[in-house]
Design a protein around this ligand. Structure first.
Ligand code: MG
Length: 365
């Protein structure tokens, strides 16, 4: 103990691999599994849990490079520990896998702190709403019409009023099919549903502008990563051309990335499992608020509910099919979606989730 605070005793990591039912694809990548890397932190008889979606080698980053920064540290000093972890990564590169690892640890640490205080995490972060809107997300480019219809039906049944599919198929080589699938989404979702599309950076500037005009005609309200998010100039050029909102931010790793994107998006996406955990998410949301912009939580819906409920400028949480399927397998007591919203945990200490013993069958590290 240092004063009244417990000290951190142990930091551990594990990795779990969840195969997808079939190979899945967006505009620029295909995959057949999702790997969740967990971080756990022990202090004062409590255990905090965080995770990220990454490569299993991220678990090694946690144990080899981050754990030594934490062990023996005051269990309430998240900000100091965050800075120590970030500084320790200077020669490794602080973005990418390193920040995935740091994010998982930061999330575990906030969970631990709330458990040590005996409070729900939403109380500790400062809750300004009891439920957060979610939007249905999936619509992979390789789905059959029937499979897309099934996804849309599930989102409708859960009360989602906004739905997102992937476009940009084959690095932008199938724009006609992208538009046809968007038209099909409108038919399946019905009127009154916000249509959203995500090109995952599959187009280049001029093509994204042309596709954007067509999306406007289809009533699409959200055009995500029309071009690579590294091409900030092109993002700005597309945004100048279209009526729909241009969104990006899933590869934001720090405040400098936030600063680069804020001038060129209509809504900033932030992923707590990549942008530095809840600490990074709160900082990013605050920067967005300073420009009068909203933020949207990217993926990992179970982990975002408490933090998304803590900032007034949250727009929604992405209820991504892969993660919505996986999270109840990985953890017990993942939040459920009803009437288009995920309800905030108001009773259990921390975020309220613990690793599901059955997940052991999926453990790869
Ligand atoms: Mg995306």
């Amino acid at each position: 103990m240092t004063g009244l605070s417990p000290t951190i005793e142990a930091v551990d990591a594990a990795a779990y691999r969840f195969p997808t039912p079939q190979p899945e694809a967006d505009g620029t990548l295909t995959w057949d599994a999702t790997v969740a890397v967990t971080a756990t932190i022990r202090a004062g008889g409590q255990c905090g849990l965080g995770w990220t979606y990454s490569s299993e080698v991220t678990a090694n980053v946690i144990t080899a490079h981050l754990a030594p920064c934490l062990e023996g540290r005051d269990a309430f000093d998240i900000a100091g520990g965050w800075t120590a972890m970030h500084r320790a990564g200077r020669n490794l590169g602080t973005r990418g896998l390193y920040m995935h690892a740091l994010s998982a640890v930061d999330i575990a640490w906030w969970d631990l702190k709330a458990r040590l205080l005996g409070k729900p995490l939403s109380d500790l972060l400062g809750r300004c709403r009891d439920a957060v809107p979610v939007y249905g997300s999936g619509g992979f480019t390789n789905l059959t019409d029937r499979q897309l219809a099934d996804q849309v039906e599930a989102w409708s049944a859960a009360g989602c009023t906004a739905m997102k599919i992937k476009i940009g198929e084959g690095w932008g080589t199938s724009a006609r099919r992208d538009l046809a699938r968007t038209r099909r989404l409108r038919g399946l979702a019905g009127p009154g549903i916000d249509l959203m599309v995500d090109a995952n950076g599959g187009y280049r500037r001029a093509q994204a502008q042309r596709v954007g005009h067509d999306l406007d005609e289809l009533g699409v309200t959200w055009f995500e990563e029309p071009v690579s998010s590294d091409d900030v100039e092109a993002l700005a050029a597309v945004r100048d051309e279209v009526r729909c909102d241009v969104a990006a931010g899933e590869y934001v790793y720090d405040q400098f990335d936030v600063n680069r994107l804020l001038p060129v998006v209509d809504c900033l996406q932030l992923d707590a499992t990549r942008c530095g955990g809840y600490t990074g998410w709160l900082r990013g949301a605050s920067s967005a608020q300073a420009r009068n912009l909203k933020v949207s939580a990217h993926c990992a819906p179970a982990l975002h509910v408490s933090v998304a409920a803590a900032v007034p400028n949250t727009r929604h949480i992405e209820w991504f099919v892969d993660h919505a399927r996986l999270e109840p397998q990985l953890v017990a007591d993942a939040p459920e979606v009803r009437a288009g919203e995920a309800r905030v945990n108001r009773t259990a200490p921390g975020h309220g989730m613990t690793v599901n013993p059955a997940a052991d069958a999926r453990r790869v590290r």
